[in-house]
Design a protein around this ligand. Structure first.
Ligand code: HEM
Length: 444
């Protein structure tokens, strides 16, 4: 056995939410807490360390219900973490998401002054996430979390977001979500693309070797080890506008489905264009053994099947030739949908708030999340398409276009707009279980 295979992750110290894919279907709740009093914050850490479950036994069906806890930089400060420790965290984390608005494309409607309060303010200290396969289980896990903070004067719950799976694993635009995940050495959880080599554990967990041989760490080591960075972003989806865009650019419902697939890189069923470029194949879309088993370069270098600008080819170009090294920009995603689905066929906005609580997990905020958001989603230079943005998720302005490689001539579709609006979010650190107890025991 080589060194890679031997890497042993301390699964019993890593929070479940880091490595385990969320249950399918799911119900989830985000609760944001503010620490008004340092000792109450430390007591909270002690209590949550008993509620949070570890990533050990990742495939046990009984362990599908869990609570995760993450802290912002302001939260670590409120707990009284020593300055030397605070300074050892990634600088993007120290700044917080609102301060990174320019890099993230959060301008106009998406800019932090328009965010849902208190998101983007220094009051966001602790983020609790409870998740379960159903609402009954969710209530049980929320109750466990509530016990940890409710009776604590000095801790205030300041924001809550409920999320729930939509029928058939779809996100609000109607595409199957939660398909593609990287494999991580030593995690015991298989990736979904058999053609992708497992990534080094240090890409996703602090304290282990990463793809370039480095080890992310904090001072002291006990605080960082087995922890990771987590990005939460509440993304509102303008479903009616997306549907109108499809309708305005297509002559028939079949054409609309093809255009939607060209924008995503997958049919709404989840079936990838790479494997079925001309028509949908719902059976393939629902088959986890086949629906992510593909690469791009040999079969489709110019993007005639899966456009280089589609959401999935941009956010993971796999083996396609692009500027940069794809393996350095991979991420774990834990998206959960919120809000009611828009009734099938409706083309006018009904005023309801709906979208995705996007969640990123990784050890490198800068070269993973921020890089993908700024270089791959909100720019097109990396694959030779100038400043063309992701047609679905990008910060497009009225008049931006989407190019579909086509024979004999490519198609350029006008009239893109911002279909996804940022409502707020934060950069967090999700400590290991030992680190939670270390935070609880802080003195002074
Ligand atoms: C509301 C916003 C978003 C929607 C509706 C959305 C939807 C989707 C869907 C339907 C898929 C394909 C299914 C899957 O593989 O799970 C996907 C894949 C993916 N998305 Fe998004 N997404 C959104 C935002 C983002 C953002 C902000 C990022 C990164 C910063 C991102 C990164 C990815 C990645 C890395 C993949 C997997 C690509 C692959 O490996 O093939 N997504 N997304």
């Amino acid at each position: 056995m080589n060194e890679e295979v031997n890497v042993s992750l301390e699964l019993d110290d890593i929070q479940s939410g880091v490595l385990r894919p969320r249950p399918t279907p799911y119900a989830a709740t985000y609760i944001v807490l503010r620490i008004d009093e340092r000792n109450a914050g430390r007591e909270l850490m002690r209590r949550v360390s008993a509620v949070v479950t570890s990533a050990a036994k990742p495939t046990s069906p009984l362990a599908d219900t869990w609570v995760s806890v993450a802290l912002t930089y302001q939260g670590l400060k409120a707990l009284g973490a020593p300055q030397d420790s605070l300074d050892s965290f990634a600088w993007e984390f120290r700044q917080g998401m609102a301060a990174r608005a320019k890099e993230l494309g959060d301008s106009g409607e998406s800019s932090p002054e328009n965010w849902e309060k208190p998101l983007g303010t220094p009051d966001v200290h602790v983020v609790l996430v409870a998740i379960s396969p159903d609402t009954q289980g969710l209530e049980v896990s929320i109750e466990r979390a509530r016990k940890a903070y409710q009776s604590l004067p000095g801790i205030t719950a300041i924001w809550r977001q409920d999320c729930h799976a939509l029928p058939n694993e779809k996100e609000p635009f109607g595409f199957r979500d939660g398909i593609s995940h990287p494999a991580i050495e030593g995690s015991g959880i298989a990736g979904t693309n058999p053609q992708e080599q497992p990534l080094k554990a240090g890409e996703f967990v602090l304290g282990y070797r990463d793809e370039i041989g480095g080890v992310q760490m904090t001072r002291p080591e006990v605080l960082g080890r087995n922890g990771t960075y987590v990005v939460f972003r509440k993304l509102r989806q303008r479903v009616a506008a997306f549907r109108r865009f499809l309708k305005e650019n297509c002559a028939s419902p079949e054409d609309e489905e093809l255009l939607a697939a060209k924008m995503m890189g997958r049919w709404r069923s989840g079936a990838p264009l790479a494997l079925c470029p001309f028509h949908d194949d719902p059976e393939l879309g629902a088959d986890p053994k086949r629906n992510n088993n593909f690469l791009y370069e040999e079969d489709d270098p110019a993007g005639f099947k899966t456009p280089g600008g589609s959401h999935i080819r941009r956010t993971n170009p796999r083996d396609a030739s692009v500027a940069g090294v794809v393996r350095l920009h991979r991420m774990i995603r834990r998206g959960t949908a919120y809000g009611p689905p828009l009734t099938e066929g409706v083309l006018e906005d009904d005023g309801a708030d709906r979208g995705l609580m996007f969640a990123f997990v990784g050890a490198h905020l800068g070269r993973q999340f921020e890089f993908v958001q700024s270089q791959w989603i909100n720019d097109g230079v990396f694959f030779g398409a100038g400043d063309a943005k992701d047609p679905i998720v990008g910060s497009n302005a009225e008049g931006d276009s989407f190019t579909v490689p086509w024979r004999p001539v490519r198609k350029r579709l006008q009239g893109l707009q911002r279909f996804v609006v940022t409502r707020g979010g934060e950069y967090c650190f999700m400590p290991g279980l030992r680190a939670l107890r270390w935070l609880a025991d802080l003195q002074t």
